[in-house]
Design a protein around this ligand. Structure first.
Ligand SMILES: Nc1ncnc2c1ncn2[C@@H]1O[C@H](COP(=O)(O)OP(=O)(O)O)[C@@H](O)[C@H]1O
Ligand SMILES: [Mg+2]
Length: 343
């Protein structure tokens, strides 16, 4: 990687989908160099946005874009860990999510007619994932990602502030009113009863978001149908909970990566394996099967696939067990998918 390309990237000029060259060079750097470059880039971005501290981890609080004086976005820290009580003092808390494996609690709050989604944690591992979310969202943006607007600290943790997304999460039995996806009343079952074109459009959006992430050197971690919120009124899918996405390639230092088995590549079950963009390709192929197969777990039998033969071949190639037999980049998967849609 040349000094010039690093400079371009650090100053935010390396953003275009076309600039795969820098992405590849960046991916080839040793992990420690990549992490340190990310930290530098974050500090450049934060300084520009008026947050003087360096890096996501070092930055006590921040906001992604200035929106003028605001009771929630102006927060840098609050004095007690009870975020729910605090939010109730600012506006009307209308949903609270508890009991997730993540260790996070989250709440939706309406303040002066606008809705926000606030997620917080005090457990150190959960807090580390929220910091990782800041790193992701300050680097990757896409209209279909539930945007991060700011973050603040609590005495023992931190909180993220996202836009509130209208719609139903496709798989989260813990949400108030949620039922398992096998239940015909579930959001998942309802999604799959939609016109095939709508299902295909949702798959395309999911691919497109991951292309934006891959362009910035990020690989998917823990992506599943619980990250998809579908707005049945506007026929639009949005992605949430991308907190564990991280710069890749990386070496898996656990026996199993976080995530739902239905979406995970074989290498995510092997300590010491390299996880890279091709792992994301596998996860996306599985997402296509989960959203487009008539089976309950995204079964790959041709007889269950609701799309065309060409679309089926794309999803099959993406989900080859051997990474060298998959598409080698998310961009390549997207190109094949687009061409399959137009046939
Ligand atoms: N930006 C958002 N707007 C509205 N609802 C959201 C948003 N993000 C997440 N949710 C809902 O809140 C639930 C919990 O959020 P999530 O980000 O998955 O938390 P966790 O990290 O605890 O898994 C999700 O299943 C989804 O239903
Ligand atoms: Mg979740």
């Amino acid at each position: 990687m040349t000094t010039r390309s690093i400079h371009h990237w650090l100053t935010g000029k390396w953003n275009s989908h076309s600039d795969q060259r820098h992405a590849r060079r960046f991916s080839a750097l040793p992990a420690a160099d990549r992490v340190s470059l990310y930290e530098t880039r974050l500090s450049v971005i934060h300084t520009r946005r008026g947050c003087p501290a360096a890096g996501a981890a070092g930055c006590r609080a921040g906001r992604v874009r200035s929106v003028g004086g605001h009771p929630l976005l102006d927060l840098t820290s609050i004095e007690a860990d009870d975020v729910e009580a605090f939010l109730s003092g600012l506006g009307v808390v209308f949903v609270v999510h508890r009991g997730h494996d993540s260790g996070n609690t989250s709440a939706a709050v309406e303040i002066d007619g606008r809705r926000w989604f606030v997620k917080w944690a005090t457990d150190p591992e959960a807090v580390s994932h929220l910091k990782s979310a800041v790193r992701f969202h300050t680097t990757v943006s896409h209209p279909a990602i539930a945007a991060l607007r700011g973050w603040f600290t609590l005495p023992s943790g931190m909180a993220l502030i996202h836009d509130w997304i209208t719609g139903k999460v496709l798989n989260d039995p813990l949400v108030p009113g949620g039922v398992p996806r096998a239940d015909p009343r579930s959001a998942f079952a309802r999604f799959r009863r939609l016109d095939l074109r709508e299902n295909l459009a949702a798959v395309s959006t999911v691919f497109d978001v991951h292309r934006a992430a891959a362009d910035q050197g990020f690989v998917a971690v823990d992506f599943y149908d619980g990250c998809l919120i579908y707005d049945f009124g506007r026929h639009a899918v949005r992605l949430c909970d991308l907190d564990c996405y991280r710069p890749g390639p990386y070496i898996l230092d656990r026996d199993r990566q976080y995530g739902s088995t239905r979406f995970m590549a074989p290498e995510e079950f092997r300590r010491g394996a390299q996880i890279d963009e091709r792992t994301t390709v596998f996860t996306l192929g599985r997402a296509a099967f989960v959203l487009l197969s008539n089976g309950q777990r995204g079964e790959q039998a041709r007889s269950l696939w609701r799309g065309s033969d060409t679309q089926y071949r794309v999803a099959q190639t993406a989900t080859q067990a051997d990474p060298t037999r998959r598409y080698q980049s998310v961009a390549e998967l997207c190109r094949s998918w687009r061409s399959a849609l137009s046939q």
